[in-house]
Each structure stands twice: as C-alpha cells, then as structure tokens.
Ligand binder design. Sequence first.
Ligand code: CA
Length: 241
Amino acid sequence: MSTSGPRILVVEDERAISEPLAKLLAREGFAATVAGTVADALAEFSASVPDLILLDLNLPDGDGRDVAREIRSRSGVPIIMLTARGTETDRIVGLEIGADDYVVKPFSSAEVVARIRAVLRRSEAPGEGQVEPAGDPVVVGAMRIDPTPHRAFLGDQELDLSLKEFDLLYELARNAGNVVSRDEIMTRVWDENWFGSTKTLDVHIGWLRRKLGDDANDPHWIETVRGVGFRFAGGAGSADS
Ligand code: CA
C-alpha cells in the first residue's frame, strides 16, 4: 500500500476479517500490511518495525502470544490484541504478554480505528499535533521520566519500555517515597475494563525491575509493600538507609 500514514501490521488469518480491515485502515490513512501466520508476522516485523500491531491470538501455525513475546523482547511497539468475544482470560493473558489494548471480535470499524488512534497518540512524539496535556517530567535520583515524549532515562541511558511499562513506572515514580496501592495502579494505569486478576501487575513489575537492573530481594527502585502495593525508592538503597 502506498500511503505514508502510520504503519499497521495486521496479524490475522481470517481473510473475512483481515481484508475489510486492511481496506478500512487504508481509507483512514494508515499503511496496513497483513500477515496470516506466525511466520509471516515475524518476517514482516523483522523486515520493518511497524508503528502498531493488531494481533490475533489463534493463528494457523502457532499462538499469537508467542508472536507478542518475541516482539516484546525486541521492541516496545504498541500491540492491540484481537480477542474472541467473552474470553476474559484472553484479555488477561494479553496484558501479561505486554499488549497495550484489545478489541473484541466482532468489532466495528469505528471502534478499532478509535483504539488505534488512542494507542498511537499515547506513544507519539510531541509536535505531531498532540494536544492532550501530559504530566510534568519526574526526576528521582538518576532516573528521569518524561511523559511528553514518553521517554525514560536512567543516567544517560534510555530505557526501552512498552507503553504499559512506561505508564507504570511514571505512576510509581511521581509518587516516589509513598506507597501506591495495587488498586490505585490498576485503576490509573490499566483500563477499567480489566477486572479481577492483578497478576498482570506483578508481571509488569517484574519486567520493569529487570529493565532497571533491580532485584526484588534487595530493591533499589521498586519496593514491594506486602499486601498493599509498591513504593518507588530513590535508587540509592533499601529502606533502612
Ligand atoms: Ca485466528
């Protein structure tokens, strides 16, 4: 497709879904590429990293979750899952593998385009027509987190974070020194549609710790407050310092 808009990789094996979806995206100014298998999806991704991925879970040669994990290990590119109707577990699983949002099949064209635009807006650099006011940068110790271009630095090294990891880090850091409860985090960082399990929060905390080089048993950044939530420390040492 010859449009120059944001590039969307659609990973979906059902042509009855992917073909009209690709046409719709082109009409809306996106450059859509369709991959119908796990192998195609990873090949397309390796050839050119898109701006956003729409990802079906059940693919003929494998599991969309493996695609998501593989992509997440290489990139923070936004992922929107295409889930079957009423499969709550799919949504929870999607969060755990690092998806940024989901749409439930069958979806309306208006809905999927709205989701795409919302996720792209959050990941977009400033100066591209974004008007939504973002918060102020937060500096804690050697960490600097700037929500406007969605970038976080530890010292002079930039952290490669997914949108959710970024939002989680920002939420904790702007409350540095205070405990943020699990409920507060789920409400502020995750869509209110995500009911029930907060296991995904622990998974994301684990990923963040790894990217910060933090150790859960001797945390310098993210302290677990058992049964309550998490506290962002200054990076210098544990609570007794
Ligand atoms: Ca499928």
